[in-house]
Design a protein around this ligand. Structure first.
Ligand code: COA
Length: 441
């Protein structure tokens, strides 16, 4: 047997566990209007058909943003937005209904294409559309009437489940219907998120242009906690990059779904052939998964964490890298601490102490020796910087004896004890001879 065939057989066998795990599960999939336009969309249709053939229950939600913009431009109506939300007047609505209707038919056609010699050969896929989404108007906001721009009021989850039981794929769009018989233009992200929550989906899959969430070294983050997703969104609120903006939007939907008890959301590239299959059927994946399982969580500390923090910092206190803290002191200051928890133990901590109305001190930053060089220190520091900025502070100090270069690399510059606010200067321990660093926020 040639080696290519051997590796194919190995791969096929190794995917069995995933095939069994996914069978009978409900996946809600968001396909943006941009994803529908991409050259790779035909492959995504094949891969979704494959999932259906393997017994996955699929609900697809498609958007239509670029197609609507193009149709409105063509009809000389143009697009009007207020705070990034499209205003849908009656003239726009007509074009939007036409555009979204045509996209739905196009998607049905693609799933019907059982051509011989194609991956769809033999797949008998049924798609079902209907009035599963009840909407209500956004209304008048800051004096602006949004007319037929709406919000999701209810998802007919029981009716959707009946279709899924019959092995049909359910296709929803960014349109919803009101109880008064009107059509409303909704955000596809909102429809998808609310559908995932209403169905209690096992997975929420969001197709994005990039390969997933990237860290500062532009490496793919394979798994991300909810807290880190929120930090990523906060850090990129002002981004001008379309790809990051879309990633943040998808992450925000995943975070909302998480709060609604949908605990596994995958961000996957719509441009990369096979990314969906790789993410779902291989151990390494190819995308970013926001989930609650076994991943580290960055959060504020509480009294239950005191024992864990003491255990973490004790060896560093003994080595003289950190100032000693008693249990009583820690109890009174616990609100200043952030921790990273991994599999029920505290593996990292850091604290922020306000010094005066403009500045604060970063202190007690400690990463368990087995977990250093994983970016935990940087994540804690970034989180404290956000907290300080949100409290209206503009300067961060740190006193260190052993980590000068680490702080220099994080944008701090060397200062001196005389630069510290008066109160802190009086407490400065000259014997310890710590170096003082400062960073403007
Ligand atoms: C310093 C510390 C907070 C860094 O945390 P971390 O999670 O390991 O750091 P990150 O993963 O964000 O960054 C790792 C990088 O920092 C470097 N680094 C780690 N400690 C350093 C130090 N003391 N000085 C200079 N660079 C350091 C690592 O070599 C690595 O760089 P590399 O990837 O180029 O090799 C951590 O090592 C620690 O807890 N040290 C012991 C306690 C301590 O000294 N605290 C500071 C008291 S103020």
């Amino acid at each position: 047997m040639n080696s290519e065939l051997v590796s194919y057989i190995d791969w096929f066998r190794s995917s069995t566990a995933y095939i069994n795990a996914h069978r009978g599960k409900t996946f809600v999939v968001l396909l943006s209007g941009e994803a529908l336009l991409d050259d790779n969309f035909a492959n995504i249709v094949y891969d979704l058909s494959l999932l259906r053939s393997l017994g996955v229950k699929l609900v697809l939600i498609h958007g239509a943003r670029p197609q609507i913009t193009q149709a409105l431009d063509k009809a000389d109506i143009g697009s009007r937005y207020y705070q990034n939300l499209r205003i849908t007047d009656i003239a726009s609505l007509e074009s939007i209904v036409e555009t979204v209707g045509a996209l739905g038919i196009g998607i049905e056609a693609r799933f019907s294409m059982g051509l011989a010699h194609s991956p769809m050969s033999g797949a008998d896929i049924r798609i079902c559309r209907g009035n599963f989404v009840t909407a209500r108007p956004v209304g008048i906001y800051h004096g602006i009437d949004f007319h037929y721009t709406g919000k999701v009021r209810k998802i007919a989850s029981e009716a959707i489940k009946k279709q899924l039981e019959q092995n049909n794929i359910v296709l929803l769009s960014n349109l919803g219907y009101s109880t008064t018989g009107e059509v409303f233009n909704l955000s596809a992200e909102e429809v998808a998120t609310e559908t995932a929550i209403a169905l209690g989906a096992d997975k929420f899959i969001l197709f994005i242009p990039g390969s997933g969430v990237l860290n500062q070294q532009a490496e793919l983050v394979a798994s991300i906690s909810k807290a880190d997703a929120e930090t990523f969104i906060q850090n990129n609120v002002d981004t001008k990059t379309e790809e990051i903006r879309t990633t943040c939007q998808a992450l925000a939907a995943a975070v909302k779904a998480f709060d609604g008890n949908v605990h596994r959301s995958h961000l996957i590239s719509y441009k990369e052939n096979g990314a969906l299959l790789q993410e779902l059927f291989t151990r390494d994946g190819n995308g970013s998964l926001l989930s609650a399982d076994n991943f580290e969580q960055l959060r504020s500390a509480d009294n239950d964490d005191i024992a864990g923090i003491l255990k973490l910092i004790k060896p560093l206190e003994q080595a003289g890298s950190l100032v000693a803290r008693s249990r009583e002191l820690l109890e009174s200051e616990i609100a200043n601490f952030k921790v990273i928890e991994l599999e029920n133990s505290i593996v990292a901590c850091a604290a922020l102490y306000a010094l005066d109305e403009h500045s604060a001190e970063v202190a007690c930053i400690a990463i368990h020796s087995e977990y250093q060089k994983r970016g935990f220190g940087e994540r804690l520091l970034t989180d404290l910087e956000i907290k300080a900025r949100q409290s209206g502070l503009n300067k961060l100090f740190v006193l260190t004896t052993v980590a000068s270069h680490w702080f220099l690399e994080k944008g701090f510059s060397e200062s001196g004890p005389e630069e510290l606010p008066q109160k802190k200067q009086q407490l400065y321990n000259y014997q310890r001879n710590s170096k003082v660093f400062v960073k403007s926020l």
